[in-house]
Write a protein that binds this ligand. Sequence first.
Ligand SMILES: NC(=O)c1ccc[n+]([C@@H]2O[C@H](COP(=O)([O-])OP(=O)(O)OC[C@H]3O[C@@H](n4cnc5c(N)ncnc54)[C@H](O)[C@@H]3O)[C@@H](O)[C@H]2O)c1
Length: 310
Amino acid sequence: MQVSGNVLVCDSIDQVGIDSLKKAGMTVDYKPDITPSELLSSVKDYHVIIVRSRTQITREVIDATTNTRIIARVGVGLDNIDLKAAEARNIRVINASEAAMNAVAELTIGHMISLARSIPRSDMETKKGNWIKKNLTGIELKGKYLGIIGVGNIGRNVGRIARALRMNLIGYDIYPINKDFIKEVGLIVTDLNTLVESSDFITCHVPLTQETKHMFNAQLFSKMKPTAFIVNTSRGEVIDEKALYDSLISGNIAGAALDVFETEPPHNKMLIELPNIICTPHIGSQTREAQELASMVIAEKIIQIIRGVI
Ligand SMILES: NC(=O)c1ccc[n+]([C@@H]2O[C@H](COP(=O)([O-])OP(=O)(O)OC[C@H]3O[C@@H](n4cnc5c(N)ncnc54)[C@H](O)[C@@H]3O)[C@@H](O)[C@H]2O)c1
């Protein structure tokens, strides 16, 4: 069944989703560089608005809509959309959280191995002509305890890969963790403090909420083993960066890897230039496969909603 409607795509997305929307009968305007003022003046013409993380769908933008039925985020998280304003106008807000699961999990494991074996530093020094082999004795992941905070889609994927690397898994979540997963990987389910005290690696996969903002503060960092590493590929504000900096320079923890920051790009030069931190510029879901899948999933959801199926 063909559908109709005007779609505005505000950020760059994979072509596959645009093609599906057009094939289904929709008119698509692709404006990946649209400015906030252009968006404000043109939004009234569209039934569907598609964004990634760049475009901010503020209350002002939502108030300027007249026919909009759907706001779609090609990716995870809805932090750039004013959800209350959308709800008040009866606009459906959807995302494609399932599309990034594997990409973020693989990056997380990549960060863990990079921390354990100092891969970024080895690369940098070797290219500078410094043969610092003697200073680069690392550790192995096999047999180490990995604490997963937030055992949702990404947390479980990280767990599966880590188990294949023969790590022992500890998990903490505010909601009951999937029983089949617990059995599959032999997850030890515990409270947050016990997880932090017992883990050799800690990885955060929680959403940003009032409870998770600065969940990792000075008090929680002080409970980590001095040999332990922390990886954050969730949301920057989950970690208090000042407390992380203090823990890294005092040797209270061994190292950290961040894909996400309290402000992006990060202003906190003192933190990101420390030798025992590895940084990536929020590339968790930045794989060809994840982008294609997200674009496909979003297009399919839009078509189904307009057909009245979901
Ligand atoms: N780096 C990136 O590019 C990137 C890409 C995709 C997702 N993410 C982020 O990864 C995180 C996880 O995404 P997901 O798809 O696995 O989400 P999900 O909803 O599947 O899982 C999140 C889990 O966290 C749990 N949780 C919520 N509040 C908690 C709390 N206070 N304490 C403990 N557990 C809590 C939930 O119960 C759930 O099991 C999100 O923050 C998301 O924004 C980052």
